[in-house]
Design a binder for this molecule. Structure first.
Ligand code: CP3
Length: 333
């Protein structure tokens, strides 16, 4: 069993494994080098040998306990034949959603389009540098994918005014997302993913009265589905106001917390293993502060099953030396 599985499955508290969201990414010069020559992000995700290399890059530098596959939550709308582009300085831009066409999509066509992602997982799982480490597959949560597919871009400045206007479109899209998320999860597991993380990056956009319909019900269904394969699931409902209620209803094996959550409150409320929390901006400060802040999380979770991670993805402007120092702090604790 890998250290992360020891924490998640056996609830061990005497080991504090570490991995970092977006650990393979733009803060690494070797990633930027590959990216420079591969301007089409989706194509890069669909190149198993390059995406394996990118997945492994952080493991060559740092003593991390997991490899998270280099892919994107927006590979799902791409697989559903919605156009997805990543524009420099803007972020993802999606084409119009054609309900008619996505309603007719067959599983086998989706799987054949996504096959390079599954090949990548197989290559990562069998790579020399992932021995004794967890290979983490992932998906976007139904709500967060719905947001991107309907909004067609990041909702960082809010959702379109008419977002909820077409009830039929919302319900139908959500039900198709749910079907194909299961297909995508099943194939990631079949290809060797040891753990699945569900990213609900935009959970914080909803009013609490809408949590049940858009977050709890569809996510709990996916969690149950993943558990039916005997594979653990980590949920990251970023920005949600009710972490305890979320855990009680959705029932993930591990809950990943964001940097706005008070870890001391979490430890009182939540009995399942916890992951993450530290603000990624701490890595932009100095070593002394980094040590203080990382140690704060390690102290709070000393007697609780805990996987060290950040409270959101590592920032592109992070100095890899700070990441190196962070991994050492956690390993030496
Ligand atoms: O964690 C990892 O190292 C694995 C790879 C990974 C990526 N995206 C690669 C990526 C993972 C797990 C994701 C998840 C993802 N993608 C989320 C959920 C987590 C979160 O950050 O909230 C979301 C919302 C997306 C959608 C997405 N992809 C956005 C909004 C962007 C553009 C914004 C940005 O950071 O540039 C991406 C692009 C993306 N996905 C990059 C990487 C390394 C940057 C691509 C580049 O320009 O080089």
């Amino acid at each position: 069993m890998t250290p992360i599985e020891e924490v998640i499955i056996n609830r061990k508290t005497n080991t504090k494994p570490i991995w970092v969201m977006r650990q393979a990414g733009r803060y690494l010069p070797e990633f930027r080098e590959i990216r420079k020559n591969n301007t089409d992000f989706i194509k890069l995700c669909l190149n198993p040998s390059l995406s394996t290399e990118i997945t492994i890059q952080p493991l060559k530098r740092f003593d991390l306990d997991a490899a998270i596959i280099f892919s994107d939550i927006l590979m799902l709308p791409y697989g559903l034949n919605q156009k997805v582009e990543f524009k420099k300085g803007i972020g993802p831009i999606l084409g119009t959603l054609d309900l008619n066409s996505i309603s007719k999509l067959e599983e086998i066509d989706f799987v054949s389009k996504m096959k390079p992602v599954y090949d990548l997982i197989n290559l990562v799982k069998n790579h020399d540098l992932t021995k004794d480490k967890s290979t983490i597959g992932f998906v976007g949560a139904p709500w967060t994918l719905l947001v991107y597919m309907i909004n067609q871009k990041s909702p960082k400045d809010g959702l379109k005014n008419n977002f909820f206007k077409n009830d039929y479109l919302i319900k139908k899209t959500l039900s198709i997302i749910q079907i194909f998320l299961k297909v995508h999860i099943k194939n990631q597991i079949k290809s060797g993913a040891h753990i699945i993380q569900i990213f609900d990056s935009w959970a914080g956009l909803l009013d609490e009265k809408d949590y049940a319909n858009y977050i709890y019900t569809p996510t709990a269904d996916l969690v149950e589905y993943i558990k039916s394969f005997n594979i653990p699931v980590i949920c990251f409902p970023k920005g949600i106001k009710k972490y305890k209620e979320y855990c009680d209803i959705v029932r993930p094996n591990t809950i990943c917390i964001d940097y706005e959550v008070d870890p001391k409150k979490i430890i009182q409320d939540i009995k399942i293993p916890v992951q993450g929390g530290m603000d990624p901006k701490i890595l932009l400060t100095d070593q002394e502060n980094l040590k203080k802040q990382a140690t704060k999380y390690l102290d709070i979770f000393k007697d609780h099953p805990y996987i060290f991670n950040l409270g959101h993805g590592i920032l592109p402007e992070t100095d890899p030396k700070m990441m190196d120092y962070l991994v050492k702090i956690v390993k030496d604790y």
